[in-house]
Every structure is written in structure tokens, then in C-alpha cells.
Ligand binder design. Structure first.
Ligand code: NAI
Ligand code: MG
Length: 358
């Protein structure tokens, strides 16, 4: 029997509520399959931990996480702790420390999910965003000079290394080739006259190794418009850290809402564990009410199964989510329903069981 060791970081606000449902789904799969099992280890890190201990995670936190097969994270951030601290000292520390340089965010309007765009067929919203996740605008390089004085100056530098830029673009070409899809690069070479001119150049260079893959390149502002007006143009998409962050929230809103958007932080070489999380935050406005939508977290559990080599179960979880949406009877309030978080998790499980026992 194979045992997958998974580190759980439920985090803040609604994080623990959604992670609980994802864990239930994964345990159900393990029970039904009987060839593998999960060993969960929970870490209490996050903003509450910070208020007690003055740190978001233990000093040797990365060392503690290193030996796990994967990390399953809820959300971090809560009023009272500055967002740049909660983000940098936990989430970004893990993404960077474990070189999870690929952020995979599917933007697919599942059957039954509420459509947001007029005049667009459901099948036309089916993109896979591959966001650079280790440097770029989130490199944390800069300075804050003459703080509070009249001549105050703030610098926030984008860092685009050749290694970092090439590897993410090559990864995206590999995915596009494997899936028989086009690859679109999104940048801003007109205004960002160093970083994005470089990005475009590397995209051109790497594309020569993939003559069989159709390619396109857009400026980020035009891409934002086209994602709404003509989303079918986008199949596999590669973009920088900040642009990817913003565009995938836009993507989430046209693909059923933030309660359905999942993301995987991947270290492709598997030197370090990869991390799976819903892309939403800790939603303090609805935390503790048992009404948060767990489907994004459950979708990220499906990404985890893909990563662990059980694509069959990854696909089944997605199918289970889709069945719940099509049925439309067990939905949380953000999707117009009146069900609880727990009900929605159970509804996914209810659909999974017969699919697996068949
Ligand atoms: P948010 O994603 O937490 O919430 C935005 C809005 O969407 C809220 O009205 C919330 O109720 C709703 N919402 C989000 N997820 C939902 C779900 N699954 N079901 C139903 N409704 C949902 O973003 P916000 O408010 O900007 O940030 C709150 C905190 O979360 C901040 O501290 C922020 O730094 C942190 N954050 C953490 C992230 C992470 O851990 N990956 C990502 C984004 C924000
Ligand atoms: Mg974001």
C-alpha cells in the first residue's frame, strides 16, 4: 500500500473550512481504491500563530515541510496582520524556498457553472494559465529610501533572469505540445522596455524549439480585453508573476467565480514538495459561517491527484464537481444556493462513490 505524506496548512479564515472538505474527498478516494492511503500532518501556521508567536511559520518550517510528498494549503491573511507579512512570510516563503516556479491555474467553465459572459459558448472558456511563480515583479527586490521624508523614494524592481524566464516558457511549450494546444505569451514589451522586451525575446527563442506548437503573443492590456470578448483565443497561456496573478482572478470571474478557482504551485524537478491551494483568500467576511464554497479547494485536490500520478482520480474529482454544478441543488450562497460548505463537500463525495465503484 502506497502512503502519501501530505502537509496540511489550513491557515486563516475560511482556509480550515475548505481544506477539511478537500481532505474528506481525498480520504474517500483512498478508501475506495485501497492501493494508497494518505498520512496527514497539520501545521498550525498563519496569522493566529503570528499573533501568538510573532512568526507566520516556524523558523525551520521549510525543513519540516521538505520530506512531504505535497502541501495542501487553505489561505493565509487576516485583518490585524499586514498582508505583506502574511504573504511573504508564509506563502511566498514556501513558493520561493521550494522553487515552485510553475503556477498552474485552469480557467475552464465547467458544465453547470454559472456563465458570466454573454455571446460566449461554454466550451470557449477553456484555458490553462501557466504563471511564473518565483521571480518577476514578486522578486522582493527594491528599496525604501528617506522613509517619511519629503524626498521619499520607493523602488520595486522586477527581476527576470534568463534561467527563470526560459524555464517557465519551456515548461509551457511542453504542456502545449503534450495537449496539442496553442501557446499564448502575455507581456508588456511596449512599456516595460527591459523586462518584457527580454521576455518576448526569450519566448521567440524558445519557440524555435517547438515549431509544431501554434503560438501567439499579446500585450497584457489587450489580453485582458480579449479574455472577455474572445476567450477561445486562449488555450495554454504563459505569463509573468504579477500579470498571471491579476489575469487569473479575471479568469476566475468568467469561469464560475472565485469559489471555483484552483491553483497548483509546482516544482517540476520534484526536488521539493509542490503545493496545492484554492486561489481565493481567507474571506474574513464569511469565515466561520460554514458557507464558504469548498469547490476551489476540492479542484486543487484534483490537481494534487494528477501530480501524484493518479490522473484518473484527478479527472473523477472534476467530474464529481461538475455533477454537483449540473444538479444545481447543493450550492453555497456565492453560487446562488443555500447549502453549507459541508453539504457541498458531501455532495461531491456522493457523486464520486458510484463513479469509482462502477
Ligand atoms: P478573498 O479571496 O479572501 O475574498 C474576496 C471576496 O470573495 C470576499 O467577498 C469573499 O467572501 C469571497 N470569496 C472568496 N473565496 C470564496 C469562496 N471560496 N466561497 C465564497 N466566497 C468567496 O480576497 P480578499 O478579501 O482580498 O483577501 C482576504 C485576505 O486573504 C487578505 O488578508 C489577503 O491578503 C488574503 N489572501 C490570501 C491568498 C492566499 O492565501 N493564497 C490569496 C488572496 C488573498
Ligand atoms: Mg491572487
Amino acid at each position: 500500500m502506497k502512503t502519501f505524506k501530505i502537509a496540511l496548512i489550513p491557515g486563516d479564515g475560511v482556509g480550515p473550512e475548505v481544506i477539511r472538505e478537500g481532505v474528506n474527498v481525498l480520504n474517500t478516494l483512498a478508501d475506495l481504491d485501497q492501493t494508497f492511503t494518505f498520512e496527514w500532518t497539520e501545521f498550525p501556521w498563519g496569522c493566529e500563530y503570528y499573533t501568538k508567536h510573532g512568526v507566520m511559520m516556524d523558523e525551520d518550517g521549510l525543513e519540516k515541510l521538505k520530506s512531504f510528498d505535497a502541501i495542501y494549503l487553505g489561505a493565509v491573511g487576516y485583518p490585524g496582520v499586514p498582508d505583506h507579512i502574511s504573504l511573504w512570510d508564509l506563502l511566498l516563503k514556501i513558493r520561493k524556498g521550494f522553487d515552485q516556479y510553475v503556477n498552474i491555474r485552469p480557467i475552464t467553465l465547467l458544465k453547470g457553472a454559472p456563465p458570466a459572459l454573454l455571446n460566449v459558448e461554454r466550451e470557449e472558456i477553456d484555458m490553462l494559465f501557466i504563471r511564473e511563480n518565483s521571480e518577476g515583479e514578486y522578486a522582493g527586490a527594491g528599496d525604501w529610501l528617506f522613509k517619511g521624508q519629503e524626498n521619499e523614494v520607493v523602488l520595486q524592481n522586477g527581476v527576470f533572469s534568463r534561467k527563470g524566464t526560459e524555464r517557465i516558457i519551456r515548461y509551457a511549450f511542453e504542456v502545449a505540445r503534450k495537449e496539442g494546444k496553442t501557446l499564448t505569451s502575455i507581456s508588456k514589451g511596449n512599456a516595460l522596455n527591459y523586462s518584457m522586451v527580454f521576455w518576448d525575446q526569450v519566448f521567440e527563442e524558445v519557440s524555435r524549439e517547438y515549431p509544431d506548437v501554434g503560438k501567439a503573443s499579446y500585450l497584457v492590456d489587450a489580453a485582458a480585453m480579449l479574455m472577455i470578448k474572445d476567450p477561445k483565443r486562449f488555450e495554454v497561456v504563459v505569463t509573468s508573476n504579477l500579470f498571471g496573478d491579476i489575469l487569473t482572478d479575471l479568469g476566475a470571474s468568467i469561469a464560475g467565480g472565485i469559489g471555483l478557482a484552483a491553483g497548483a504551485n509546482i516544482n517540476p524537478e520534484r526536488t521539493y514538495p509542490s503545493m496545492f491551494e484554492p486561489i481565493h483568500g481567507s474571506a474574513p467576511d464569511i469565515a466561520g459561517k460554514n458557507i464558504v464554497n469548498p469547490l476551489a479547494a476540492i479542484w486543487s485536490a484534483s490537481q494534487m491527484m494528477d501530480f501524484l500520478g493518479y490522473e484518473k482520480y484527478g479527472a473523477l474529482i472534476l467530474e464529481g464537481i461538475q455533477q454537483v454544478l449540473i444538479e444545481g441543488e447543493t450550492l453555497t450562497p456565492d453560487m446562488g444556493g443555500t447549502s453549507t460548505t459541508k453539504d457541498v463537500g458531501q455532495a461531491v463525495i456522493k457523486h464520486l462513490c458510484p463513479m469509482i465503484q462502477q
